[in-house]
Ligand binder design. Structure first.
Ligand code: SDX
Length: 426
């Protein structure tokens, strides 16, 4: 089995080492290639580029496999809890009972926000998109934690990771309550992570809040499904921002900003709006024709890596059925979604392009049934993905060969020319 690739340019040949992982594609190591050849490699959207070495999440797009530290996403969604998955992603192993108790206590006792921080939200209009609030709020939190600025100190990295995992539900719930004109709700230490979040979102001072185990289990499973996903756009953003040594809260704010885009995490809101626009099963053929005519994309469909099926989408679909049935909700949009999926999966236009439902296709219907407005869908994605972002950020700092990320370019602009005074310009 060869352990190098040879690239020939003109009369020169360059040997490039091939590095092997524990599974998945090998990589051609081009780190020294520019220095040896005076050529850059060119891969603007990173379609063929491994940006880092990682042990956290493995995806096989053709086989529809997603592993977190080796554990299949389907097993984690069925058997585990979001907080246990947080421990797994951060520390590499499923916790013992004692380790989990300690981890859960740490997270629970970091859920509160500085009292002064509540006034930060007042600067937004009530109709501000909650993702704008999240981007601003999480970035602003870096002003409150000057005690964890040394990103080279493992203890300070750990406290930042725990604070972020713990405080994201409190911030997200505040963004939601603020948009609804309701008072903020403080976290309760006797509640589980997902119960606490749902209470902070939906409880009102006028009555006692009663936990709903169906919603709690669904929320926790949805968080698990969104926790991490290899080097996606927002994770790569967090890694690149973190590579300069920036404050971790500011790096997570950068990840939130990237996730908001409709091609990425913003697709869950767009997918529901698409289903609302289609409205009925009878309108599907005309809408699909519009996709084929390239007027718009089928939101919640397609993926850069998954070219067979997104394993999370299957669990999300099952969760959607369960939640609607257990809540006794008959949402006509679910029928539209199921029919749209059936039509798309049998149409050569989508088959030829390997377009299948991704995690965003069914999540919106489920979240709406749970009481969330569509503007909150990507906020929930960001809440869950925070553990993935901060685990990847932490892993980057544990790599002794870490350097600031600094890509180069193929320059096609003007070559050097002299300045022309304004009275001499044509
Ligand atoms: C997430 O990377 C991750 O892991 C992301 C994520 C995570 O957990 O972090 O999984 C979360 O972001 C899921 C994706 C959510 N986005 C959407 O659902 C938006 C709709 N999907 C597309 O925008 C698109 O599929 C992407 C962005 C997800 C992937 O795009 P790629 O890999 O760059 O593929 P492409 O644009 O090169 O498309 C290949 C072809 C093109 O047609 P041709 O020009 O070859 O004829 O497929 C077409 C595209 O036009 N195409 C679609 C389509 N997605 C791709 N056509 C219609 N509808 C779509 N959804």
């Amino acid at each position: 089995m060869t352990d190098k690739a040879t690239l020939t340019i003109g009369d020169k040949s360059y040997d490039l080492p091939i590095l092997k992982g524990s599974t998945g594609p090998d990589v051609v190591d081009v780190r020294k290639f520019y220095g040896d050849s005076d050529h850059f490699t060119f891969d603007p959207a990173f379609t063929s580029t491994a940006s880092c070495e990682s042990k956290i999440t493995y995806i096989d797009g053709d086989a529809g496999i997603l592993l977190h530290r080796g554990y299949p996403i389907g097993q984690l969604a069925e058997e585990s809890s979001f907080l246990e998955v947080c421990h797994l992603l951060l520390n590499g192993e499923l916790p013992t009972a004692d380790e989990f108790a300690k981890f859960e206590h740490n997270i629970t006792y970091h859920t509160m926000l500085h009292a002064q921080f509540d006034s930060f939200f007042q600067g937004f209009r009530r109709d501000a998109h909650p993702m704008a609030v999240m981007t601003g709020a999480v970035g602003a939190l870096s002003a409150f934690y000057a005690d964890s600025l040394n990103v080279d100190d493992p203890k300070q990295r750990e406290i930042s990771a725990h604070r972020l995992i713990a405080k994201m539900p409190t911030i997200a719930a505040r963004a939601f309550q603020y948009s609804q004109g309701r008072p903020f709700v403080t976290p309760r230490n006797e509640l589980s992570y997902s119960e606490n979040f749902l209470r902070m979102c939906f409880s009102v001072p006028a009555e006692d809040w009663v936990p709903n185990p169906i919603l709690t289990r669904a929320m926790d499973r949805i968080f698990i499904l969104h926790a991490d996903h290899e080097q996606n756009a927002s994770t790569s953003t967090v890694r690149l921002a973190g590579s300069s040594g920036a404050h971790p809260f500011a790096c997570i704010a950068a990840g939130i900003a990237c996730l908001w885009g409709p091609s990425h995490g913003g697709a869950n809101q767009e997918a529901l709006e698409m289903l609302e626009e289609i409205g009925t099963v009878e309108n599907i053929p005309a809408y699909v024709q519009g996709v084929k005519d390239r007027k718009y994309k089928l939101m919640g469909f397609g993926h850069r890596v998954y070219k067979n099926f997104d394993p999370r989408a299957k669990v999300m679909q099952k969760t959607c059925y369960e939640v609607l049935e257990q809540l006794g909700i008959n949402d006509p949009l679910l029928h539209v979604a199921m029919e749209l999926e059936k039509v798309a999966l049998s149409d050569p236009y989508f088959i030829d392009r390997k377009l299948y439902p991704n995690i965003d296709f069914y999540s919106g219907i489920t979240l709406r049934a749970m009481g969330f407005p569509k503007e909150m869908f990507t906020v929930l994605f960001a809440l869950a993905r925070t553990v993935g972002w901060i685990s990847q950020w932490k892993e980057m700092f544990e790599d002794p060969s870490r350097k600031i990320g600094r890509p180069r370019q193929l320059y096609t602009g003007a070559t050097q020319r002299d300045y022309v005074p304004v009275d001499k310009r044509g």
